[in-house]
Design a protein around this ligand. Structure first.
Ligand SMILES: Cc1cc2nc3c(=O)[nH]c(=O)nc-3n(C[C@H](O)[C@H](O)[C@H](O)COP(=O)(O)OP(=O)(O)OC[C@H]3O[C@@H](n4cnc5c(N)ncnc54)[C@H](O)[C@@H]3O)c2cc1C
Length: 224
């Protein structure tokens, strides 16, 4: 069982820090309404499926994941839109930012409509990536200069690009995690956040296999 992925958009990562509950917690929470608990594995598994299929989703709130994540700020901005969870993020006021920027291997070109992309020709791609890297270096040099000249960290950071890495803790229950995964595993979601969603899905599958199997079945039904 792999409870962390330490090579997402290198040097990014997603690590499970803590976990409470599981499929059994979902079953227990659902059966409390009839004064019962766990029964046989097969019946409990069927109940988990029944609950999700029929949108009785509150029992899934009793399984909780705490993740430590490192990702570019533009990914974190998309992530933080998922309000039904808790966040604490490294502070650019209390710490100096590290010189770590996300540089894609290849840039995507817009192909007409939103969500349609194509590859950029190799030579142009390499030239543009070099320009981007130069810009990162200049921006970080300016950040350092501002700090050296006595500018407060909270102001110096305003020159840093969205590609800079940030870190945060994310505590999310299984109900909200499934909402996140449904939206961020979708091909319409940006490739970069999808890499993190895939890592989180793997952990969800390992720790809550019954919930995961019905979640995936329903996702496939939606996209069919
Ligand atoms: C492909 C993609 C493109 C996107 N593009 C944009 C964009 O261009 N601009 C933009 O602003 N956002 C964009 N978003 C973000 C999107 O609008 C949601 O904010 C984000 O996906 C979080 O979803 P959520 O509200 O379901 O999650 P959560 O905030 O975790 O909420 C979970 C659920 O709780 C309920 N809920 C939460 N808050 C409320 C509330 N105030 N009232 C009623 N019910 C509530 C809803 O049922 C909701 O589904 C995009 C998301 C995706 C996946």
């Amino acid at each position: 069982m792999k409870l962390s992925n330490e090579s997402i958009l290198d040097p990014g990562f997603l690590k499970l820090v803590d976990f409470m509950g599981g499929d059994a917690a979902v079953v227990q929470a659902a059966r409390v309404s009839v004064g019962k608990g766990l029964t046989t594995e097969e019946r409990d598994r069927k109940l988990v499926h029944f609950l999700l299929e029929n949108r009785h989703e509150t029992p899934f709130e009793h399984a909780v994941f705490k993740f430590h994540i490192k990702c570019p700020i533009f990914v974190a901005r998309q992530w933080f839109r998922h309000r039904m969870s808790s966040y604490n993020e490294i502070s650019g006021r209390y710490t100096e930012m590290k010189e770590e920027f996300y540089l894609p291997r290849s840039l995507r070109a817009q192909k007409g409509k939103n969500y349609l992309y194509t590859e950029i020709e190799a030579e142009l791609n390499n030239r543009l990536l070099r320009q981007i890297e130069d810009f990162y270096n200049q921006a970080f040099q300016l950040y350092r200069d501002l700090l050296q000249q006595g500018v407060a960290r909270e102001h110096a950071r305003i020159v840093l690009p969205l590609a800079l890495y940030t870190e945060f803790y994310w505590t999310v229950n299984a109900r909200s995690l499934m909402n996140f995964l449904g939206l961020r595993l979708d091909p319409h979601a940006q490739w970069e956040i999808r890499q993190y969603a895939e890592a989180a899905e793997q952990i969800f599958q390992d720790l809550m296999p019954w919930s995961h199997e019905i979640f995936i079945k329903m996702q496939r039904g939606r996209s069919a």
